[in-house]
Design a protein around this ligand. Structure first.
Ligand code: ADP
Length: 421
C-alpha cells in the first residue's frame, strides 16, 4: 500500500515533523508537511492526500477545527484524518473523534508500530464513538467553536478600532503638515511675485541676465507644490468624511470651458485635438461648482497626461433620466481591465514612480495617485457615480479610455452625503 501513498501531516513542532516524515518516508510514503491550519487546508486542497495526520494543539485554528472544516469539503468526507497528539487528558480523544477525526494516536509515536497503525487506517479501520457519547462531545465541540469565534471577533474588532484610530491620526497629521507647509509657501509665492515685479519694472542693467526666466521657474515650482498640498488636504477631507459641499446651480458647459482654457497652452504645445460637443443644452445641475470643477479637472488632466502628443480628447454630455452623464474620452494608453476599479482608490498609480516625468501636463507626467480618488469622493458626495471603460493598456496601439461622470440633476433636501474614498 505505501508505495508513494500521499500523507499530509499538519504539525507546528519541527521535531515531530522530522520524525514522522523520516519514519513514514522510510516505509515508502510520500509526506507533505504544513506548519499551521490554513496552510494545511490549502495544501490538502492542492495535494489531495490519501490520509491526513493532524496535530491538535496548533497555533491559529486548532486540529479539531481544521478537521471539521475539511469534513465540510466534498473531497475530504471520506479521507482518513488521524489525530496525532501528546494530550492524553480525559475527553480529548472523544472530542477529536466528534470533530471528525477517524483515529487518535498519541505522541511520542512508537516508531516501530506507527507505520502499521497508519496503514490500518488506510485499509479502512475507523475509531467510532457511541451515538450518545458523540452527541455529547459534539455539543462541547460546538460550544468551544462558538466561544473561540467570539474571542476572534472581539480581537478583530479591537484591531479594527486601533487601525481606525491610527488612520484618524494619520489623516490629522497629513492635514497638519500640509497646513504647516502652506505658510512658508505663501511667503515664497509673495517673494517670487515681488521679484517678478522688480524684474519687470526696474532697470534691466541692475539684474543678472535671465532673471525673469528664473523667477518664472520659481513661480511654476511653487504653484505645483501648492497644488500637491491642496490635493493632499482634499483627499484627507474626503477620506475622513469632512468634505463640505455647498450646493447651488451648476452649468457643466462653463466648468468644462474654464478647465480647457487653463490647459490650452499644453494641449496646443502637445498637439492634442480637443473636441467638445455643445453642452449648453444640458440641464443645470445642483451641486458644488468648485468641487465639481476639481473632479472634472482631474479626469481631464489625466486624459491630457495619458494621451501621447498628437492624440484626441473628446467631451460630450447627455441627460439620462434625472441625471447627466458627462463623458470624457481620450486616445491614450488605456487602462488594464483589472485596474479599472482600483484607480479610484487613493495612492493607486499604475506606472513605476521612476518613469514619472516631472511635469504634470507632460505625457505620462508625475502624479500622486490622488486625482481620481478625489474625483470619486466629490462625485460620491453628489450622489453620483464615476467609472471608466477601456479595452486595456497598450502604449503602442493606444486603445484609449472613456470616463463617465454621472451626476443627478437634483440633490436631496438636506442630503446625508455618503463618502467612500
Ligand atoms: P495620478 O496622479 O497618478 O494621475 P490618478 O488618481 O489621477 O493618479 O490616476 C490613477 C492612475 O490611473 C494613473 O496613475 C494612471 O495609471 C491611470 N489613469 C488615470 N486616467 C487615465 C487615462 N485617461 N488613461 C490612462 N490611464 C489613466
Amino acid at each position: 500500500m505505501p508505495d508513494g501513498t500521499s500523507v499530509l501531516y499538519i504539525e507546528d513542532d519541527i521535531g515531530s515533523q522530522r520524525l514522522v516524515q523520516r519514519v513514514l518516508e522510510r516505509h515508502g510514503y510520500d509526506v507533505a508537511i504544513a506548519g499551521e491550519g490554513m496552510e494545511g487546508i490549502d495544501l490538502a486542497r492542492q495535494t489531495q492526500p490519501q490520509i491526513i495526520l493532524m496535530d491538535i494543539n496548533l497555533p491559529g485554528m486548532n486540529g479539531r477545527e481544521i478537521t471539521t472544516r475539511l469534513r465540510s469539503l466534498p473531497n475530504f468526507r471520506q479521507v482518513p484524518i488521524i489525530a496525532l497528539t501528546a494530550n492524553t487528558s480525559p475527553g480529548h480523544r472523544e472530542r477529536a473523534l466528534a470533530a471528525g477525526c477517524d483515529g487518535y494516536i498519541t505522541k511520542p509515536i512508537n516508531v516501530v508500530q506507527f507505520p502499521q497503525e497508519v496503514e490500518t487506517f488506510l485499509q479502512g479501520h475507523r475509531e467510532r464513538l457511541e451515538e450518545q457519547e458523540k452527541i455529547q462531545h459534539l455539543e462541547l465541540h460546538a460550544q468551544q467553536l462558538v466561544s473561540r469565534l467570539e474571542d476572534k471577533i472581539r480581537e478583530l474588532e479591537e484591531a479594527n478600532e486601533e487601525l481606525r484610530e491610527l488612520d484618524r491620526m494619520k489623516s490629522s497629521f497629513i492635514v497638519l503638515v500640509s497646513h504647516e507647509l502652506r505658510t512658508p509657501l505663501t511667503l515664497l509665492e509673495g517673494y517670487a511675485h515681488l521679484l517678478e515685479e522688480h524684474a519687470n519694472t526696474g532697470n534691466a542693467d541692475d539684474y543678472p541676465p535671465g532673471l525673469l526666466d528664473l523667477v518664472n521657474g520659481l513661480d511654476t515650482g511653487v504653484k505645483r507644490i501648492s497644488q500637491v498640498i491642496s490635493e493632499i488636504i482634499n483627499v484627507s477631507r474626503i477620506a475622513s468624511g469632512r468634505l463640505e459641499i455647498s450646493v447651488g446651480p451648476v452649468r457643466l458647459a462653463s466648468i468644462v470651458d474654464e478647465i480647457l482654457d487653463s490647459h490650452a497652452e499644453t494641449t496646443e504645445q502637445r498637439d492634442l485635438r480637443v473636441q467638445v460637443d455643445d453642452l449648453s443644452d444640458l440641464p443645470l445641475i445642483q451641486g458644488d461648482g468648485g468641487q465639481l470643477a476639481i473632479a472634472i479637472g482631474n479626469v481631464l488632466e489625466n486624459a491630457i497626461k495619458y494621451t501621447p502628443d498628437g492624440g484626441r480628447i473628446a467631451i460630450s454630455g447627455r441627460a439620462v433620466g434625472d441625471a447627466v452623464d458627462l463623458v470624457i474620452s481620450d486616445t491614450g494608453i488605456g487602462i488594464p481591465h483589472k485596474e479599472q476599479r482600483r484607480i479610484f482608490d487613493h495612492f493607486h498609480i499604475l506606472e513605476s514612480i521612476q518613469h514619472h516625468s516631472t511635469s504634470k501636463s507632460a505625457y505620462k507626467g508625475g502624479g500622486l495617485g490622488l486625482g481620481l480618488a478625489i474625483a470619486r469622493g466629490i462625485i460620491d458626495a453628489h450622489n453620483g457615480r464615476i467609472w471608466v471603460e477601456s479595452k486595456g493598456r497598450d502604449t503602442d496601439t493606444n486603445p484609449g479610455s472613456t470616463f463617465h461622470l454621472l451626476l443627478p440633476v437634483k440633490q436631496e433636501e438636506a442630503p446625508d452625503l455618503p463618502l467612500s474614498v
